[in-house]
Design a binder for this molecule. Structure first.
Ligand code: HEC
Ligand code: HEC
Ligand code: HEC
Ligand code: HEC
Ligand code: HEC
Length: 195
């Protein structure tokens, strides 16, 4: 009886247990992958807002809407009020603009879905990068050509460090007017990004 139980434990339960543990690990690992490193991630947004139209065709500067990007750690997404600077007049009879106006008049923030995200345990600061003249496109691709924003670059630790080691090779586009700034190598010590 004892031997049978031991046998049963080793031959059946142990492999089953190992299988379950490995499966759970694999599933959670891949499920969290999109959050950690979501290349190709394009969540549906509450209003069909197009960067291609506004930043591309209409040539509105990125900083008109993302006005904190050179002042703070996070790039803000504009409030409905900024949109209403134009849309209190422009296209106000269109369904998507009626939706927009409704958010604005009710004073409810538009619940835009976050596209790019590094985990909370990693520290990233926009202003440091942007004020050195590193253009948005180096990290976000050509947003001015996107109907719907999509993550196109890898935001893994390796991607950060690759550019930090060799910025001269990895920085392809400099913000106009900031070509003459001295760009140093970025930090590679753990505590710079894990504080
Ligand atoms: C007229 C306002 C406006 C302009 C101009 C604008 N954006 Fe945006 N941007 C938004 C809004 C609204 C969102 C949130 C909805 C979305 O993701 O499409 C957003 C989202 C983004 C995101 C994704 C944020 C996230 O959740 O990860 C990036 C990256 C971005 N914009 C970059 C740019 C760049 C680069 C430019 C200039 C080429 C630019 N934007 C110009 C309004 C604007
Ligand atoms: C500087 C002016 C300006 C700002 C700011 C602006 N827009 Fe627009 N938007 C326009 C113009 C002009 C058009 C029409 C362009 C065309 O069709 O030729 C337009 C078109 C649109 C459309 C398409 C409407 C349709 O169905 O024809 C949507 C949706 C829209 N904007 C949403 C937004 C949102 C959301 C914001 C804020 C994040 C915003 N816009 C900020 C000028 C602006
Ligand atoms: C050096 C790379 C890099 C550059 C340059 C850069 N971004 Fe980002 N961006 C990121 C990363 C990384 C995140 C995710 C940040 C997080 O989760 O804290 C992000 C997130 C965002 C977001 C979402 C809100 C936020 O701050 O998390 C917006 C909007 C955005 N970027 C816009 C811009 C615009 C506009 C520019 C250019 C003026 C720009 N970014 C330049 C790497 C960059
Ligand atoms: C395209 C190039 C590039 C990418 C991608 C990039 N960085 Fe940087 N980063 C730089 C450069 C260049 C500097 C140093 C600028 C200087 O001091 O001249 C820097 C500086 C920093 C600093 C030191 C300044 C501060 O804020 O304390 C931190 C932290 C940092 N980066 C974090 C990150 C993280 C996290 C990522 C990835 C999510 C990232 N960077 C991606 C180029 C890049
Ligand atoms: C330039 C910024 C930067 C530096 C320097 C850096 N990291 Fe990271 N690290 C990140 C970012 C961003 C992430 C989240 C993205 C990812 O998981 O790849 C991360 C993720 C991690 C993770 C989680 C990995 C995972 O798969 O979830 C560990 C552990 C880690 N870093 C340890 C370190 C250690 C140890 C060092 C020093 C040798 C270091 N990091 C240096 C930016 C950095």
């Amino acid at each position: 009886m004892k031997n049978f139980l031991l046998d049963y434990n080793l031959k059946v339960r142990l492999p089953v247990l190992i299988f379950v543990v490995l499966t759970v690990f694999a599933v959670t690992y891949y499920a969290s992958y999109a959050e950690r490193n979501g290349v190709g991630y394009t969540p549906a947004q509450p209003i069909l807002y197009s960067h291609k139209l506004h930043a591309g065709d209409l040539k509105i500067d990125c900083r008109y809407c993302h006005s904190d990007v050179d002042k703070s750690r996070h790039a803000n997404v504009p409030s409905a009020k900024v949109c209403m600077n134009c849309h209190s007049i422009a296209r106000k009879d269109k369904p998507e603009i009626i939706k927009l106006t409704d958010y604005y008049t009710r004073g409810v923030p538009i619940e835009w879905k976050r596209v790019h995200k590094v985990p909370d345990f990693a520290y990233f600061n926009h202003s440091v990068h942007v004020n050195k003249g590193i253009d948005c496109s180096n990290c976000h691709g050509n947003v001015a050509e996107m109907e719907v924003v999509e993550q196109v670059k890898d935001f893994s630790m390796r991607a950060c460090i690759d550019c930090h080691r060799n910025p001269a090779v990895n920085i392809k586009n400099i913000i106009p007017g900031k070509e003459n700034l001295q760009i140093n190598t970025g930090p590679q010590n753990c505590s710079a990004c894990h504080r």
